[in-house]
Structures are given as structure tokens and as C-alpha cells.
Design a binder for this molecule. Structure first.
Ligand code: DGL
Length: 283
């Protein structure tokens, strides 16, 4: 049975978990949330690199996954080259879906909704100049929306007015027809985001990277790890064990209930290893 680790600062990894389970129900998933260091979206690049290296090494040490998904745009836009260089496991990153959005838009005005860090990254600017040079890109960086997604999974009601205030720059842009959800937390608010736009009478397509990630993982399993997925589908009755692993105790009973509901049979703490001097990333 293939084992996939899905790592994010917080609940965003669960939007990728959902895509993985939809595409490959039999894979064993280990969802890792670095809730001790949440949020990543306001950290400096150096802080993030050091932290992500440590957590990723700890995940490989504890769970020995076949593939590691860095299910975080904020971390992927900085850490992917270093992770790929230092880890022996294949690493799949999640980066803003600018290319698919630029192929979908009819008006050539698109929105980018991400964390403040992702919005300001050179990596993001390069994606825009490589794939959306002919588009106007309206960017909004929001930490608040990340917190709202965290709250939703802990049973808090999502306040649509609060959401509307964050989305206002997109609502105001008349021509804008496509919005990139460039933080893995945001697909968890898709229903509410759609409601805000429809209340404002604005037709808009929402685009995220989840589906493409599931496709990429499927391809790696088949072609790099030589796993016969057709055979696996035939025996899809086998139940896989999914683990949710946290760097800090989770305080919310509603969140624990949610995790159990979506298929996590084990909820535990990640054993954070100390990196050797060789492994520490110096800027
Ligand atoms: N889910 C992460 C992303 O895709 C960010 C959340 C955070 O700020 O920690 O960017």
C-alpha cells in the first residue's frame, strides 16, 4: 500500500487530503499539521526554510512515506528546491494555479488570493510573468482568511460579512472572471466564497491546485514507484489507515470529531527530531 504524507502548517493540507482520497481512495495518508509553528504566511523565508526542513525530516523519520506533498503554497514557493535536494523521497509542491487560471479566463483579468507571504514572493511574480503576462492580476494577501478556515473546522460559524471584506477588491474589479485560491486553506471555504460572490451578483470561476496535485501523485506512483493502480482499484475494499499528526496538542473536540469523520483512524503527535549541523539550512 502506498503511503503519502501531506504536510501543511494547519488544516489546509486537508483540502489536498480530500483530493487525494477522491482520486486514490486506497492510499494511506498521513496528514501532518505543524500547528506549533502556525501560521507560515507571516514568517520570513529563512525562518520558514529552517522550520520546514526540520518538520519534513521528522515526517520522513517517523512515517517513511513514499511521497511527501508539501501542501502549502507559502512553503512551496520557498522551500521546494532545498527539500528536493536534501530528502530522498519524491517531494510534490503546491504552488499558485496561475497557469490554469490564465487559460480559463475570458476577460484576462484574474485574481490571486493567498497568504501575505505568497503574494509577495519572487516565485509568484515569476509564475505571473511566465504564464499570465497578458493578464491583469489583482492580488490579495490575507492571514485572516487562513484563520477563518481554521475556525470553520473547529466548528465556528463563518461570517460572510468578514469574508466579503477580504474579497472586496475582487468584487469591485468588474472584469475579473477567475480567482486563484493560492493557499490550501481556501478551498475549505469554497462554498462560503461562492456565496459571497453570488450575493454580489458576480460570476467567477475558482481555481486551485488540488486536482493537479492528485494527478501528479498518481503519475509518480504509477511511473516512478511502479504501483499498479488498476489492481489497487479492483481491491478498493481494502481499508487504508489514515493518520493525522500534529506538532502541538489539538485543543478542539469539534476538530477531533471532524478528523475522525473524514477518515482518520489515528490522531497523534509528531516526534520532532533535532537536525544535525549538516542538515541545518543556513541562509
Ligand atoms: N496553507 C498554507 C498555504 O497554502 C498557508 C497557511 C499559513 O499561513 O500557515 O499557503
Amino acid at each position: 500500500m502506498a503511503k503519502i504524507a501531506i504536510y501543511d502548517s494547519g488544516v489546509g493540507g486537508l483540502s489536498i487530503y480530500h483530493e487525494m482520497k477522491t482520486a486514490l481512495p486506497f492510499v494511506e495518508c498521513v496528514f501532518v499539521s505543524d500547528n506549533q509553528a502556525y501560521p507560515y504566511g507571516v514568517k520570513s523565508e529563512d525562518q520558514l526554510l529552517t522550520r520546514v526542513m526540520r518538520v519534513a525530516e521528522s515526517i520522513c523519520d517517523s512515517y517513511e512515506p513514499d511521497i511527501l506533498i508539501l501542501a502549502c503554497n507559502t512553503a512551496s514557493t520557498v522551500c521546494l528546491p532545498t527539500l528536493r535536494e536534501r530528502l530522498s523521497v519524491p517531494v510534490v509542491g503546491v504552488v499558485p494555479a496561475i497557469k490554469p487560471a490564465s487559460e480559463l479566463t475570458e476577460t484576462h483579468v484574474i485574481g490571486l488570493l493567498a497568504t501575505p507571504a505568497t503574494v509577495g514572493r519572487a516565485y509568484t511574480d515569476k509564475l505571473i510573468s511566465d504564464f499570465a503576462e497578458n493578464c491583469v492580476v489583482v492580488k490579495v494577501g490575507s492571514k485572516q482568511l487562513v484563520d477563518i478556515a481554521e475556525g470553520k473546522l473547529r466548528g465556528h460559524t463563518v461570517c460572510l460579512n468578514e469574508l466579503r471584506a477580504v474579497l472586496l477588491p475582487f468584487i469591485k474589479e468588474q472584469e475579473l472572471d477567475t480567482l486563484v485560491l493560492a493557499c490550501t486553506h481556501f478551498p475549505l471555504l469554497q462554498k462560503e466564497i461562492k456565496r459571497v460572490f453570488s450575493k454580489a451578483n458576480k460570476a467567477i470561476a475558482l481555481v486551485d491546485s488540488g486536482h493537479a496535485i492528485a494527478k501528479r501523485v498518481t503519475d509518480l506512483l504509477e511511473n516512478q514507484l511502479n504501483i499498479d493502480l488498476n489492481e489497487k482499484f479492483k481491491s478498493a475494499s481494502q481499508k487504508s489507515l489514515n493518520i493525522a499528526s500534529f506538532t502541538k496538542k489539538i485543543e478542539s473536540d469539534a476538530f477531533v470529531a471532524h478528523l475522525k469523520n473524514i477518515g482518520f483512524g489515528r490522531i497523534e503527535r509528531l516526534n520532532l527530531i533535532d537536525l544535525s549541523p549538516r542538515q541545518i539550512v543556513t541562509p
